[in-house]
Design a protein around this ligand. Structure first.
Ligand code: BJW
Ligand code: ZN
Length: 259
């Protein structure tokens, strides 16, 4: 794929101190994790209200657990792709670089990013609805389905630590994400349809506070209209190209500044 990055896009990154990459399911698509929307998306085969709400879980915990067990298996067998790897490399280029992700697959941390705010939880964690006790996937394997809390006298229902529709986002992750977005000099919005709130507010918040907004997606998304630059294509291709261009720009810059 041949792509030319504009001078203003590169300058915005070369001058940036605070950079945020806001990611959605599209970033993990090339790792083999299905996206939610679109013809092949999860919500084209399943109804969100039957699987991704507290009511659904209380009504039919076995069905919801069956779905999560299958997704835990798929996600557990995936690896970070070239896009994740490029974002991990970019973390080292800037004084501050944060990933704000809607993804629950842990692939950013597995790629090597260290500042990762997870807005919709993490599928590898589980907790008891009644007492809050945490359970790993290995713990869950030892329990009968649907799993119940083993703390003496509790027996509450154990659920995956993800955010369902109608639920509040984890406050600490949201606070950090809001602060990083408001502070960002450059805000990259990558692989998200931008339709799920409150996450979808963050690009607007960043832009209102002066960030240069770059969007990466094969298709136009809900927030595309406000982007300063739209890079059309898969993130697994575009991000490594961008990372390479930045690396060579930095090395030229350091040659100039030392000569
Ligand atoms: C590529 C690519 C490649 C492909 N490279 N790109 C009416 C109006 C406004 C808001 C609401 C409303 N009614 C209800 C709400 C609130 C609701 C909401 O926003 N609903 C809208 C959908 C209408 N939000 C909530 O309920 C949130 N909580 C909340 O608001 O709390 C306050 C409250 C409390 C009480 C009552 C009411 C409100 C919680 C949202 C939780 C979302 N949870 C999920 C599931 C997580 C768990 C799990 O996975 O099991 O999170 S839903 C799903 O959507 C998942 C994702 O994180 C999220 C966002 O999706 P994402 O990442 O954008 O993926 P896709 O598939 O949509 O897009 C993929 C993109 O990638 C596409 O653009 C492709 O083109 C692109 N792509 N290949 C780059 N190779
Ligand atoms: Zn419990």
């Amino acid at each position: 794929m041949n792509i030319e990055f504009s001078e203003r896009l590169l300058n915005s990154l070369l001058l940036a101190r605070h950079v945020v990459a806001f990611t959605g399911a599209g970033v993990s698509a090339e790792s083999g994790v299905p996206t939610f929307r679109g013809n092949e998306g999860i919500w084209s085969k399943f109804k969100p209200e039957e699987l991704a709400t507290m009511n659904a879980f209380l009504k039919n915990p076995s069905l919801v657990w069956e779905w999560y067990a299958a997704r835990k298996k798929i996600i557990g067998s995936t690896q970070p792709n070239e896009g994740h790897v490029a974002l991990a490399g970019m973390e080292k280029m800037f004084p501050s670089f944060a990933i704000i992700t809607q993804n629950i697959d842990d692939l950013h941390r597995r790629a090597g990013n260290t500042t990762v705010y997870e807005l919709h939880g993490n599928i590898r964690r589980n907790y008891c609805l009644r007492c809050g006790m945490s359970y790993t996937d290995d713990d869950i394997l030892l329990l009968e389905m649907p799993p119940r809390c083993t703390r003496t006298g509790c027996a509450g229902m154990v659920r995956p630590d993800v955010v369902w529709f109608g639920e509040l986002l984890p406050q600490d992750q949201w606070d950090d994400a809001e602060r990083a977005s408001a502070q960002a000099d450059v805000f990259l919005s990558i692989g998200t349809s931008g339709v799920v709130y409150p996450a979808a507010m963050l690009p607007m918040l960043a832009k209102r506070n002066g960030a240069f907004l770059i969007e990466i997606n094969p298709d136009q998304a809900a927030g595309s209209g406000i982007a300063d630059e739209f890079l059309q294509g898969p993130s697994g291709v575009i991000l490594p190209l961008l990372y390479d261009v930045l690396k060579s720009a930095w090395s030229t810059k350091s040659i100039h500044s030392t000569s």
